[in-house]
Design a protein around this ligand. Structure first.
Ligand code: HSE
Length: 380
């Protein structure tokens, strides 16, 4: 099959290299912003060259951002081309529209590289759903924040220095706020929840708290309780059919799988009704891991896949007060709500009694106005 790449950055050039020696996948065109001497013969600045080229079977969108990625992807599907993308922001924002368009066109829309970098997470969610029902998922879905937290725990690294290193290594987003504020994970959680539960959540349904304000005293507080601080995403279906889905730092007991995940690695697990917990571990960011999943999606299309991971998009209720647990909270100043839920002191902060997730996140969002340095972490 013939591929057109939209973008030739870290991931795009990885896909190009990966396909170079393959007999079954040929990169015929590459949409670029600036000149790229190594691909001068196939580069174009004009998307129309790709759209109107009937020899292109698959458009691989690795340019990122919402626009013009949205316009290009919808035009490609309408023109009868399969689409592979690593763009979680695009899929999370236009989930219903894009999955329904792909279905109507009978074309593949695959985004395995969008969640978990090189981990085959979404494809395995789809596989397990053929036989079993997914009850919940949980995991580390961001390489940059895991890299930062791991370095802060293992050698006391400074937050800003280790973030700069993650950027140099190609893990962080162009604007690393998306990583450290948890928005990148929020998008991955939206896509995972929608595939897992045949739902149609949007980013607004998923409360998120990031690690921008984490200090070494918070790392010390976690360690004082034999725990490791990790950024986690959660999704769970309750007995009533409602879904909870949220993203937050957590103090994870040091014996747990997630606590042992180092550097830019990710681990994501699902729990199903009959088979229980299964975990998927690997490199969650970087050129070759991410390119691997994009190329693997193309190979699946060669194998006959002509759809998204799920064909159902249901209006599932969201209830983030269904989940509740204690929190570590560091907040300067006094606060009536915090005093009412405080269970004990913990380093520079406190540990609370179990609090519903939506309630805690709503408090934290407001508390930021009084203390921009406020930090919360779930105790799971
Ligand atoms: N910035 C993302 C991360 C890239 O650090 O996980 C992979 O999605």
């Amino acid at each position: 099959m013939n591929i057109a790449l939209l973008g030739f950055g870290v991931v795009g050039s990885g896909v190009y290299e990966w396909c170079r020696d393959r007999e079954d996948l040929h990169v015929r065109r590459v949409l670029v912003r600036s000149e790229k001497p190594q691909i001068a013969d196939i580069a174009t600045h004009d998307f129309e060259d790709i759209l109107h080229d009937d020899s292109i079977d698959i458009v691989v969108e690795v340019m990122g951002g919402l626009h013009p990625a949205y316009e290009y992807v919808t035009a490609a599907l309408k023109a009868g081309k399969h689409v592979v993308t690593a763009n979680k922001a695009l899929i999370a924002a236009y989930y219903q529209e894009l999955t329904e368009l792909a279905k109507a066109q009978g074309k593949a829309l695959l985004c395995t590289a969008a969640v978990g970098g090189g981990i085959p997470w979404l494809v395995n969610l789809e596989r397990v759903k053929r036989l079993d029902s997914v009850q919940s998922f949980c995991g580390i879905m961001n390489g940059t924040t895991n890299f930062i937290l791991d370095a802060m725990h293992t050698d006391g690294s400074d937050f800003s220095e280790v973030l700069a290193e993650a950027q140099k290594l190609g893990y962080a987003e162009a604007d690393p706020s998306a990583d450290i504020d948890g928005l990148d994970i929020q998008r991955k959680a939206v896509i995972s929840a929608n595939v897992a539960f045949d739902a149609c959540l949007s980013e607004a349904d998923v409360p998120v708290f990031g690690i921008r304000s984490i200090l070494s005293c918070d790392i010390a507080a976690a360690e004082s309780r034999s725990r490791i601080c990790k950024m986690l995403a959660f999704g769970e279906k309750s007995a009533s059919g409602a879904v909870s889905c949220y993203v937050e730092p957590c103090f994870v007991p040091s014996g747990e799988l997630e606590a042992a995940v180092s550097t830019n690695r990710n681990v994501i697990s699902f729990v199903t009704e009959l088979t229980g917990k299964e975990s998927f571990y690997g490199q969650g960011a970087g050129r070759y891991p991410t390119a691997y999943n994009a190329v693997a999606d193309c190979a699946d299309i060669i194998g006959g896949v002509k759809e998204f991971y799920t064909s159902l998009v249901r209006d599932v209720p969201v209830d983030n007060n269904a989940a509740s647990h204690p929190y570590y909270v560091r907040f300067s100043g006094s606060d009536e709500f915090l005093s009412s839920i405080e269970a004990e002191k913990c380093g520079e902060g406190v540990v609370t009694m179990p609090v519903p997730v939506a309630k805690m996140h709503a408090w934290a969002a407001k508390a930021k106005e009084a203390d921009p340095g406020v930090f919360i972490a779930g105790l799971i």
